[in-house]
Ligand binder design. Sequence first.
Ligand code: B4P
Length: 189
Amino acid sequence: MFNIIIFGPPGAGKGTQANFIIESYGLKHLSTGDMLRAARKSGTELGNRVAAIMDSGKLVSDEIVNELVEEQVLNGGDEKGFIFDGYPRTVAQAETLDAILAKVDAPVKGVLFLKVPNEELIVRLLDRAKKQGRADDNEESIKQRVEEYNVKTLPVAKYYEEQGKVVDVVGLGTIDEIQGRIAGSLNKL
Ligand code: B4P
């Protein structure tokens, strides 16, 4: 199994680039953000519990997202591999992911770290707010998401750097240019 993490701050282009990786490499997309939004939309008890947390820009509890991911990986069937998008977002989640993948004997192969300056992130997310109307794309929530990222999520990069698995990708430029860089990095893994 070829398991990849796409990592970066909110608005870095993780979801955008994950779509290209799924198509080109036949991996299964596992986006905790999408899974949580789907739970909200279908009005499940879990969805109702996480809605306010997501809208405020805070992270949902490790327990909830770890459970969602474990269920998908262990019941995934015959996948070629997964692209984890928006997960892990804390070191505790990264440790859990390693433990889940140990059960299927298929560790994380590499972490693509999309690097985008803060000013650009804000522009992208406010632009998405206009186009898609996502409840957490407002100035207050974006500030909170960047803060959560800096405090809780950045240490995840260090965790995987210590395992020698992080590949930096410049996340500025057109979507196609970034795809080209990602393809180059993936071919080296
Ligand atoms: P996510 O859905 O993961 O939201 P995100 O960080 O905003 O990333 P996304 O993938 O949507 O954006 P992208 O960078 O592709 O999480 C939402 C919330 O769910 C979290 O705040 C949290 O509450 C909860 N959550 C999810 N996972 C969790 C976890 N593991 N633990 C705890 N809580 C969790 O793109 C952003 C915008 O930029 C798009 O509009 C795109 O079109 C644009 N864009 C992309 N590439 C571009 C480029 N090259 N140039 C210009 N624009 C570009």
